[in-house]
Design a protein around this ligand. Structure first.
Ligand code: HEC
Ligand code: HEC
Length: 266
């Protein structure tokens, strides 16, 4: 009687321990997802002089002393404050060295410095401004509106960023980055300024309400963790891990189950 019960408990314990180990491994991966960033203040015209001075020491080697552009970088006349805020807050600018694509990196400039340069660049020519948070507020969206955001995302964005927003490779060594963990402000600014290969989505093409629904959809992807832990941040890597945990883990469970049934028959 006793040994029977102990054996049964052991048999049950093995798959449970296995599932636990796999779960811990998944959680560990999810824990190293990227953190969020601080958004810059909106600029005012009084900051233009300070912005110009900083621009001429940090940006002019590629963009020219007056933002007119050089062989190393495009003109910034008319790109607007939103482009500067997006490029600097996500660490893309100042670019460290010329390359196929300016990668996202940790931003080392203060919100004030970014606002100063943004105000200066905005003074060079009209372009998209840094928006008020009300322009892309997604906090009161209904489930239907978020679903609409998903439809618009699949229509306008998934060709490059994939339906799940994990990003993907583009021709010429370029890539569309994953969209998990990106600040709502920076998603909005990316749409309005069209960095690099990305097209500009103007207010005519995607009005603010629609932009908010797209942002709400992207944020909802982060809030409902698929499979019990976040797939965010590492795109294909974490997806591969999930496939591994579910696939191999499932096979292990089946193997343990078959083995235990075989033992019973004998
Ligand atoms: C080493 C050269 C280099 C430096 C330094 C540099 N940039 Fe750039 N920048 C580029 C290149 C090249 C591009 C265009 C391609 C890209 O985005 O990778 C660009 C693009 C941009 C854009 C996007 C323009 C658009 O059409 O949307 C902005 C805004 C910008 N830079 C701002 C800045 C600011 C502000 C600084 C200084 C803090 C700076 N850059 C420093 C090379 C540079
Ligand atoms: C033609 C391909 C293409 C399409 C379509 C496209 N994007 Fe992009 N997107 C890119 C590329 C390339 C980058 C990277 C630009 C860079 O690094 O300067 C990018 C960058 C971004 C970023 C910045 C992410 C980060 O890590 O900072 C966001 C946010 C974004 N896209 C959102 C969108 C949304 C929302 C749509 C649809 C409304 C969209 N994109 C449509 C190619 C595309």
């Amino acid at each position: 009687m006793r040994t029977q019960r102990t054996r049964r408990r052991n048999r049950a314990a093995r798959p449970v321990a296995l599932a636990l180990a796999l779960f811990l491994l998944g959680t560990l991966y999810a824990a190293i997802a990227p953190g969020s960033q601080v958004a810059a203040d909106t600029g005012t015209s009084t900051q233009v002089a300070a912005g110009k001075a900083l621009f001429q020491t940090t940006c002019s080697s590629c963009h020219g002393l007056n933002g007119e552009g050089t062989s190393q970088g495009p003109t910034l006349v008319g790109v607007g404050a939103a482009a500067v805020d997006f490029q600097m807050s996500t660490g893309r600018m100042p670019m460290a060295r010329p390359g196929a694509q300016a990668p996202r990196k940790v931003n080392t400039y203060s919100a004030e410095e970014i606002a100063d340069i943004a105000a200066y660049v905005a003074s060079l020519g009209p372009g998209p401004a840094i928006p008020n948070s009300s322009a892309y507020d997604y906090s009161n969206l209904t489930a239907d509106e978020i679903a609409r955001g998903g439809e618009m995302f699949r229509t306008n964005c998934s060709a490059c960023h994939q339906a799940s927003g994990v990003g993907g490779a583009l021709p010429g060594g370029k890539y569309a980055p994953p969209l998990t963990g990106v600040e709502p402000l920076h998603i909005y600014e990316a749409m309005r300024t069209g960095p690099q290969q990305m097209p500009v989505f103007s207010e005519g093409a995607i009005p603010d309400e629609d932009a908010a629904e797209i942002i709400g959809y992207l944020k909802s992807l982060e809030e409902q963790p698929t499979l019990g832990f976040t797939l965010g941040g590492f795109g294909p890597v974490t997806e591969g891990l999930a496939a591994w945990v579910i696939g191999i883990g499932g096979l292990c469970l089946v193997a343990v189950w078959i083995a235990s049934r075989g033992a019973l028959k004998r």
